[in-house]
Design a protein around this ligand. Structure first.
Ligand code: SIN
Length: 497
């Protein structure tokens, strides 16, 4: 079969490699450079290596409990059962996970895990190492790579996906395929504060929505608790708290224990809300204290964080650093079965873009790289029997009509991406109210109605963000009870910037 994989994080790279090794003709398309996106930024690791007393069953139980009752047990079972094979595969493909002096894998612990079962690479550079190894494999495989292409839409005919339309070098190009695997990640750029790169504008989810694929659980947006409270946002891995760092209020008190007996290692949504509330109450960011770990251990275990925080003027070995929550991960997305199949024939999804059911209302730390590897491989395996017929490119070069240009000017007067991001942060973020959600939805709908037919890459991204913002606010409004990352308050929910 001719397969298009869009996206080059862990899910896309894995899917492309597996599909190619299974004999499919694979074209891997990516928005930026090969191996860009969220994966190389991932500090935290891959969950799923079990020491004494631990097992896939216990990992499944932790995953289900973080998911607040909304994770799908069958999907979680697949995740933890396939996990060991995928981690072994990553090692075989050249990923150098950190090891103890005796050669065994070093296991770390993160929030809401009952055991140390997380492997890292380069201390806090796990995603970068995975990306490096998989990109090297893709470069050597019989995979055509198209970089710097923007996914405009899925090509749908007769209720089936037959390829993609992309924007490349200023023109529209159609790429036909027997099946498309979307692995374009989430939509962190919906929010004023995010750990996601600038390209995380939800292009794949928006294309799937327009094509009529089932998209679900968008109201479940995970906010990472600890991002350096200085711009640009920089993640301070949960593994830092896993090693013993504490969260302190203005009086030096470990305030998260007021919200949960596990304190700093409580589920992410609980820690994030506790931080947001405390920061609002004291009028400034809370502090993450890692000083007890000492300079030597901090630089050895977290070399990237150590370097970047120092570059930003913080010496975390000597004093606590200010942290804030930021949008990190989308639990919802394109609804898939256990093999990555979407509701639309010919369309598969894997990684953050997919709603496989493994995360429910709140993802367990370090389950996302694992999910990308597991479901990227499963989607490729489900593609069907290989064929060898080559399919041609078709190109369309379109220009803006005068009418579209006029509408574009209207939008520029009324819309800015920053305005949307602040609106989402204030009303569709960590702490929500029904009134705030309704207000946000009204504003988003008005902005969408005033929007132009997108032509440039930035306009396509804005249109995608607006579409997903509408779907997210609408889904959040429909869910009238708090669960996991979707948290309704009765009091005013604005938590400030
Ligand atoms: C982190 O290092 O805290 C991020 C890990 C994750 O999001 O799973």
């Amino acid at each position: 079969m001719n397969i298009v994989v869009f996206g080059s994080g862990i899910a896309g790279l894995t899917a492309a490699l597996h599909a190619s090794e299974d004999g499919h003709i694979v074209t891997l398309v990516t928005k930026g450079a090969l191996g860009g996106g969220c994966t190389p930024l991932a500090q935290g690791g891959v969950a799923g290596v079990y020491g004494p007393g631990d097992s896939p069953t216990v990992h499944a139980s932790d995953t289900l409990s973080a998911g607040a009752g909304l994770a799908d047990a069958a999907a979680v079972d697949v995740l933890v059962q396939d996990g060991a094979v995928r981690i072994a595969e990553l090692i075989a493909r050249g990923v150098a996970f950190d090891r103890a002096p005796d050669g065994s894998l070093l296991l770390g612990r993160e929030a809401a895990h009952s055991h140390a079962r997380i492997v890292h690479a380069g201390g806090d550079a796990t995603g970068a190492e995975i990306s490096r190894a998989l990109v090297a494999q893709v470069r050597q495989a019989a995979i055509e790579v198209i970089e710097h292409a923007f996914l405009v839409d899925l090509v749908v005919d007769g209720g089936r996906v037959h390829g993609i339309r992309m924007l490349r070098h200023g023109g529209l190009v159609d790429l036909e395929a027997d099946a498309v695997i979307l692995a374009t990640g989430g939509a962190g750029q919906l929010y004023a504060h995010t750990t996601n790169p600038l390209g995380a504008t939800g292009d794949g989810i928006a294309a799937a929505l327009r094509a009529g694929a089932a998209v679900t659980d968008l109201e479940f947006v995970q906010f990472h608790p600890t991002v350096l409270a200085a711009r640009p946002a920089f993640l301070i891995s949960e593994a830092v708290r896993g090693e013993g760092a504490t969260l302190l209020d203005d009086e030096g008190r470990r305030f998260v224990f007021d919200s949960h007996p596990d304190g700093e290692l409580a589920p992410r949504d609980i820690v994030s809300r506790a931080i947001a509330r405390q920061a609002a109450a004291q009028g400034r960011p809370v502090q993450l204290d890692a000083t007890m770990l000492g300079a030597e251990r901090l630089s050895a275990r977290f070399p990237t964080i150590d370097r970047v925080t120092r570059e930003r003027g913080f010496d975390w070995a000597r004093e606590p650093i200010p942290v804030t929550p930021a949008a990190h991960y989308l639990m919802g997305g394109i609804a898939t079965d256990l093999d990555g199949r979407s509701s639309l024939p010919g369309l598969f999804a894997a990684g953050e873009i997919a709603r496989t059911g493994v995360h429910g209302a709140n993802r367990l730390a370090s389950n996302s790289l694992l999910e990308g590897a597991v479901f990227g491989a499963r989607a490729a395996a489900a593609l069907g029997a290989p064929t060898r017929a080559a399919l041609p490119f078709r190109s369309h070069f379109l220009s803006l009509s005068a009418a579209q240009s006029d509408r574009k000017r209207d939008l520029n007067e009324q819309f800015s991406r920053e305005q949307l991001q602040q609106l989402m942060w204030d009303h569709v973020g960590l702490l929500r109210t029904q009134a705030g959600l309704a207000e946000a939805l009204g504003t988003i709908r008005a902005l969408r109605a005033a929007g132009p037919v997108p032509a440039t890459l930035a306009e396509h991204e804005d249109a995608n963000l607006l579409l997903i913002a509408e779907a997210t606010a609408s889904a959040a409004l429909t869910r009238t009870e708090s669960v996991g990352a979707h948290h309704l308050t009765v009091a005013p929910a604005l938590i400030g910037a």
